[in-house]
Design a protein around this ligand. Structure first.
Ligand code: SF4
Length: 393
């Protein structure tokens, strides 16, 4: 059954016209969906009873069942574990930064992830399925409601940094991002929406061609291809020079600086020599480096470097002319590292944990969806066609 949160204005208007409804019903229904965020059809009193029945038969308003919620002791970070249809478990995180007046939703675009990055709890669990655009929008609306509890303000930012690789589910991610940018809805501008990716050149170029200008964060994590492949096995499909060249194109077309995410891991990628290599790699490029000391997850061999090592890495970059900030991971107390909550659910037999990397190694794995160009109205991006690329040998 269709999720109504992913149906765009044009499609909805066409659907209602076919059902013999006047044009203004589309605006009325969109308001219930994206302004009132109605949880049921009963509340939609200005829609005729018969239309409400037809709408209820044709689609859902909510599909995510909240299984668990953890809130950090400071009350500023909350992590939710949802079950989507088919018992696909996914996580969403709300991060409140009072000093910056930011309330950020960290959204998942997949249940699990096929890419198997070695330092990531989600990567260690494997892939279940792509999420539909409506399931992504619903995460944002549920976190928005959480942010507003006790009189707080709603979301100010959303990042696709939860479970999954956005460029392997690009049509649904773009349809969801377009919806979050729209009114009625959250009305977030392009600079408040960030896609975070391991970097798939074909996907980045498709994004550039789509005309969107969302912010882009590359999960870089290494100053060279060889080390990158050690940390992120799927990176062997995508040579770093091609990734960076595609990103240069996106930075130009979207008029956006790129954020280079660099997770610091003791003994792997955090030496001063590697900081200098990173500075050489990024010299002359638009953007900044975001250093993230690893948020350790149970059962994972990797550790974060000492704070002095982190500082030294940052200072080396800055001295070489690269803008670099350090982001301290929030929410370690609640298992807020990507995939950690789901890993714990898996450990008690709640879901099947697929071997990590199995699907990335399967040459038949193919990303879903072709990318539609940016449209004036939200949520009209195609969602069910195919991306014009697949993992290479
Ligand atoms: S870091 Fe991101 S891309 Fe890598 S396995 Fe985890 S969720 Fe997937």
């Amino acid at each position: 059954m269709r999720h109504w949160l992913e149906v765009g204005r044009n499609e909805l208007a066409g659907w209602l016209a076919e059902a013999g409804q006047p044009a203004y019903r589309a605006e009325q229904f969109l308001r219930w969906l994206h302004r009132e965020r109605a949880a049921g059809f009963t509340a939609m009193k200005n829609l005729p009873l018969e239309l409400r029945r037809i709408l209820a038969d044709a689609g859902s308003l909510r599909v995510l069942e909240e299984r668990e919620r953890r809130t950090a002791p400071d009350g500023l970070t909350a992590k939710l574990l949802f079950a989507a249809p088919g018992n696909a478990l996914l996580e969403s995180v709300l991060i409140v930064e009072k000093r910056l007046s930011r309330r950020t939703a960290c959204l998942s675009c997949m249940a699990g992830c096929p890419l198997g990055c070695r330092f990531c709890a989600t990567g260690n669990l494997g892939f279940v399925r792509n999420l539909a655009a409506g399931e992504i929008v619903e995460q944002a609306y549920r976190l928005d409601a959480l942010a507003r509890e006790n009189g707080g303000a709603g979301l100010s930012h959303a990042v696709f940094m939860g479970m999954g690789e956005p460029l392997l589910n690009l049509p649904a991610v773009l349809a969801a991002a377009d919806r979050l940018a729209a009114e009625p809805g959250l009305g977030l501008s392009g600079r408040r929406l960030t896609l975070s990716s391991v970097g798939i050149p074909e996907g980045i170029l498709a994004l550039a061609q789509s005309g969107r200008n969302y912010r882009f964060a590359l999960s870089l994590h290494a100053p060279n291809q060889q080390l990158r492949e050690q940390l992120m096995p799927a990176a062997r499909h995508w040579p770093l020079e091609r990734v960076l060249a595609a990103l240069d194109r996106y930075a130009l077309s979207a008029s956006r600086d790129i954020t280079y995410e660099y997770c610091l891991i003791e003994g792997m990628n955090s030496s001063p020599r590697q900081a200098l290599a990173l500075a050489r790699l990024l010299a002359g490029r638009r953007g900044r480096v975001n250093l993230i000391p690893l948020n350790p997850t149970p059962g994972n061999e990797f550790k974060a470097p000492r704070p002095a090592r982190v500082r030294e890495f940052q200072e080396t970059l800055v001295a070489a002319g690269i803008q670099a900030t350090v982001r301290m991971e929030k929410g370690a107390a609640i298992g807020a590292a990507c995939g950690q909550l789901r890993a714990e659910a898996s450990a008690v037999g709640d879901i099947p944990a697929w071997p990590c990397g199995q699907i990335a190694d399967n040459r038949s794995f193919q990303a879903a969806g072709r990318v539609s160009p940016a449209r004036g109205k939200a949520g009209d991006a195609a969602q069910s066609s195919r991306l014009p690329f697949r993992l290479k040998n």
